[in-house]
Ligand binder design. Structure first.
Ligand SMILES: *[C@@H]1O[C@H](CO)[C@@H](O)[C@H](O)[C@H]1NC(C)=O
Ligand SMILES: *[C@@H]1O[C@H](CO)[C@@H](O)[C@H](O)[C@H]1NC(C)=O
Length: 516
């Protein structure tokens, strides 16, 4: 419910200095918040004589042929003249009136790709609600097609997802936002009058987040996922998500935010847990603020559900575990797993296409680095992730034939960073330099083989190369055991322990024999 702020809107300028000018380039178009108050001709021919409320074509903010075609089709389909008039007025309303700005994000560096942004006002307030803007676009999803053009419906979706990602990243508990700085639509006046200027809430986002209002409404988070899913499932445009600078981070922020609000009000020992979110407003309406000093009603932890503070009406929840918001979150978290999966598929396809090379001695192997043009760096480095460790993090099975080729290459003197000598044979890397093998690489070698002889040999080398100190060093001179780096390399020590536990499971007999 956005009523109390209605008066402010007519004071806010309609269009920014940058970005595309939507609507009228030649003369003033009426402000739609006053235009919608008046009846416009021609009236419909039914008994209700409904006004024609679409703005004049030159004043429509985002003209789209598909919408006009749909209206023309429906004119032939809907018999009742009043019903058709309602459709004709309502269906295009968001595109006609609420696409208040569309443009490109300011670039952080010259190499940044263009990022589309769409700022959609809720209507009679110059602010963008996460929920409203997602639903406003969702009405057009049957018309959505893959389209790279910035004047397409697809571009509106992308721009909205991008702007929502930005909002979520900086203020994940908030529900409504000011126009982005790129639009030049934000006036100090609007900023000073926005509810966020007087509400008390925490966590407090940075001023640059452009928060209009900060009521935590679980469905706002779900709305972002919904919009992402609708765009993806309709266009199959995975590359939009995989090349986005912000989308995946926004999803991570969303997950962190939601999971931080799954706890209960009381800790096991009875003390009150930090609430995670509070909100208070000076108001005469009970549903505009939260009880219990801004925490809301007490809630039990361990239900699996996520707390909300407000409902999609922007009214306070009576009980925090708002069921429809949780239903929606469950639905769209599941749906967006598909996007992340599709992205993973793209990355894997890229690795398999560009990351493999034909090695003259070993056949098909994975390269350590490539540039996509044909440049390849055939080597391996001891640090994990390494090519040697790929089956450890389950990129592929250790019996994969290309991995096996790669492995034979890595553990041969054809690998420029394979170091040999009487002390230790293993991979190293440019970090410490030639001649220094890393014990870590032998641990990985053990973890990625089933061959008892190889395991025994590697264990023997690890045991005999600590210069008597009994810890895993970073790198050891392959010809001089007393020359090593890092006396305290916790990662490698832990990994050694992990490897021994792994052998206990896989190869217990190897722990029962002598390494003297
Ligand atoms: C993409 O969208 C633009 C703008 O709406 C339209 O002119 C063009 O025909 C669309 N292209 C395709 C392939 O649909
Ligand atoms: C390293 O490998 C060479 C054979 O390439 C072998 O002679 C040497 O003993 C190995 N070093 C260790 C420490 O096992």
């Amino acid at each position: 419910m956005k009523g109390p702020y209605l008066v402010l809107l007519s004071l806010v300028p309609r269009l920014g200095a940058h970005g595309s000018v939507l609507g009228d380039p030649t003369g003033p178009c009426p402000d739609y918040s006053s235009y919608a108050y008046e009846k416009h001709e021609p009236l419909s021919k039914g008994r209700f004589q409904l006004a024609y409320q679409r703005p004049a074509p030159r004043c429509r903010k985002f003209p789209l042929a598909e919408v006009d075609e749909t209206i023309a089709t429906m004119k032939r389909t809907i018999r009742d003249p009043d019903l058709f008039r309602l459709f004709e007025n309502c269906f295009p309303n968001t595109l006609d009136t609420a696409i208040t700005w569309k443009g490109l994000a300011a670039k952080a560096s010259e190499t940044d790709e263009d990022e589309e942004l769409t700022y959609i006002t809720t209507g009679d307030i110059n602010a963008m609600w996460l929920r409203d803007s997602a639903n406003q676009l969702s009405s057009y999803r049957t018309l959505l097609r893959p389209n790279a053009s910035t004047s397409s419906l697809a571009s509106l979706f992308r721009g909205t997802i991008n702007l929502q990602s930005r909002y979520l990243l900086s203020a994940p508990h908030c529900n409504a936002f000011h126009p982005p700085p790129e639009s030049s639509l934000l006036t100090p006046f609007a900023l000073a009058l926005s509810p966020a200027a007087t509400d008390i809430f925490s966590p407090l986002p940075p001023p640059s987040a452009g928060v209009y209002e900060c009521k935590f409404e679980l469905d706002s988070l779900a709305a972002f996922l919904q919009l992402s899913h609708e765009y993806h499932s309709t266009t199959h445009d995975t590359s939009f998500f995989s090349s986005s600078r912000t989308w995946l981070r926004a999803v991570t922020t969303l997950l962190d935010t939601a999971s931080a609000l799954t706890g209960g009000t009381y800790l096991p020992d009875g003390r009150v847990a930090p609430p995670g979110y509070i909100f208070q407003r000076s108001t005469t309406s009970a549903s505009e603020t939260l009880s219990n000093s801004g925490m809301g009603a007490p809630v039990k932890g361990g239900t699996g559900m996520v707390r909300s503070a407000f409902r999609p009406s922007d009214d306070a929840c009576v009980f925090p575990l708002f069921v429809p918001g949780n239903m929606m979150l469950a639905r769209y978290l599941g749906a967006c797993a598909g996007i992340v999966e599709a992205m993973a598929g793209e990355v894997r396809a890229g690795v398999e296409r560009y990351g493999r090379v034909q090695h003259r001695g070993f056949g098909k192997v994975y390269a350590y680095e490539v540039d996509g043009f044909g440049g390849v760096n055939v080597m391996d480095d001891a640090n994990i992730p390494s090519l040697l460790a790929a089956p450890m993090f389950r990129y592929m099975d250790r019996n994969d034939p290309i991995y096996q080729n790669t492995r034979r290459f890595i553990l041969s003197r054809d690998n420029p960073y394979y170091m040999v000598g009487p002390v230790l044979n293993g991979t190293g890397g440019p970090h410490v330099g030639p001649g220094m093998a890393w014990p870590m690489s032998l641990i990985v070698r053990i973890l990625t083989t089933d061959d008892d002889t190889e395991i025994v040999d590697s264990l023997r080398q690890l045991l005999s190369s600590t210069a008597g100190l009994g810890l895993m060093h970073e790198a050891v001179n392959t010809h001089r055991a007393t020359s090593w780096t890092r006396q305290w390399f916790s990662w490698a020590n832990g990994l050694f322990g992990q490897m021994i536990l792994d052998l206990k499971q896989r190869k217990p007999h190897l722990l029962e024999r002598s390494y003297q």
